[in-house]
Design a protein around this ligand. Structure first.
Ligand code: P1T
Length: 387
């Protein structure tokens, strides 16, 4: 499968893993529910022993994820947060330090600041686009730089290859959360990152019905550490959920194309609307990192944020008046979701942290679905008219 293109890998690769190893000649990977596997003799274990350590359905998914992300190794977890936890536990020790992009998913900052902080891990969140700021934030005990590109929710980019070159000189590992673009549009490992994490709850599943996460790595030593933590802490993905993600991944390429097609049109529409102050979408030519977006990714994705004129009152009225867009956290499903980061996905940040990150009460985030774009625009039009 190595030389096939993304679309072919997405549809076929996960199933070939099982087609090779099973005698049932299934076209589609089955759901293996058995929680344990028998040994022929005490010195003859099979390829699978116990469900937490490995499972055929999860294994097929992990092979599929590795192929899509151009990684040697992939690990499927019960959530994006479980995947992040495994990465942090695999690398960090008491006294270590993390540099994070100043705009990251609120749950990631919460995990670092309120869980890992209790075990002696410290973190600084900085504007990684400024080389001098980045260099200054590096400490002798810095072990990880944590990036999203684009970031959640402000759609800022990080130059993955430039940052990797700078921090690798200091022995720091580069972790990229590739949830927003997915491996269909961006492969951070090819750009110099060491570890990729995903909330697969989003575009991997694609239908807002399965919680899951993933870690992808090339380095053998690092991957052994992740495997050890995954098996020891047990936050693995269940066989049924592995099947759902395998199923979702088959249409990842065509869904991403459709999400992006709609997102570009919606971003242009929003940009022209008199009740919109500012639009954040890397596919707009006036996005400050538009050139970087074109250089390091194969597309701009389906996520948009914008600031509405009129502050919290206008945001409330607008969000309450939408009929087609669903007011909900999460993203990446076929249906369009909309939310208010300050009160919803990023509410775990303090007011000060929100202000520092640039998350205002006027900010609205859209996960553009694959409905007809005219229906989406008409819905926004009527909701803007209600303000
Ligand atoms: O929800 P979970 O699968 O555990 O993934 C956490 C996570 C990690 N990384 C990014 C970039 C994310 O956006 C998320 C989850 N985000 C939302 C639920 C949200 O609405 O932004």
């Amino acid at each position: 499968m190595k030389n096939y293109r993304n679309e072919t890998i997405a549809v076929r690769f996960g199933d070939t893993v099982n087609q090779k190893s099973l005698y049932s000649q299934d076209v589609v990977t089955p759901i293996h529910l058995s929680s344990t596997n028998y040994w022929k003799q005490i010195d003859q274990p099979g390829p699978y022993e116990y469900i937490r350590s490995q499972n055929p359905t999860r294994h097929a998914l992990e092979q599929q994820l590795a192929a899509l992300e151009h990684a040697n190794h992939a690990f499927a977890f019960a959530s994006g947060q479980a995947a992040e936890t495994a990465v942090l536990l695999s690398i960090l020790k008491n006294g270590d330090h993390i540099i994070g992009y100043d705009d990251l998913y609120g749950g990631t900052k919460r995990l670092i600041n309120s869980v890992f902080n209790n075990f002696g891990i410290s973190a600084n969140y900085v504007d990684v686009t400024k080389e001098d700021i980045l260099e200054k934030s590096i400490r002798p005990n810095t072990k990880i730089i944590w990036l999203e590109s684009p970031t959640n929710p402000l759609m800022k980019l990080a130059d993955i290859s430039a940052i990797s070159k700078i921090v690798h000189k200091h022995g720091i590992l580069v972790v990229v959360d590739n949830t927003f673009l997915t491996p269909y549009l961006q492969n951070p490992l090819d750009l110099g990152a060491d570890i990729v994490v995903h909330s697969g709850t989003k575009y991997f599943g694609g239908h807002s019905d399965v919680l899951n996460g993933a870690v992808m790595i090339n380095d053998k030593v690092l991957s052994d550490q992740i495997r050890h933590v995954q098996n020891s802490t047990g936050g693995v993905l269940s066989p049924f959920d592995s099947y759902l993600v395998l199923r979702g991944l088959k249409t990842l390429p065509i869904r991403m194309e459709a999400h992006e097609r709609n997102a570009r049109k919606l971003a242009e529409y929003l940009q022209k609307h008199c009740k919109v102050q500012k639009v954040f979408y890397p596919g707009l030519t006036d996005h400050p990192q538009y050139e970087l977006a074109k250089k390091q990714a194969r597309g701009f994705g389906g996520m948009i944020s914008f600031e509405i004129r009129g502050g919290l009152d206008a945001a409330k009225k607008f969000l309450g008046s939408l009929e087609l867009f669903i007011l909900a956290e999460s993203l990446g499903g076929v249906e369009s979701l909309i939310e208010h980061p300050a009160l919803m996905t990023h509410a775990s940040l303090t007011k000060e942290e929100q202000i520092l990150a640039g998350i205002s009460e006027s900010l609205i985030r859209v996960s553009v679905g694959i409905e007809h774009i005219d229906d989406l625009i008409e819905d926004m039009n009527q909701a803007f008219d209600c303000i």
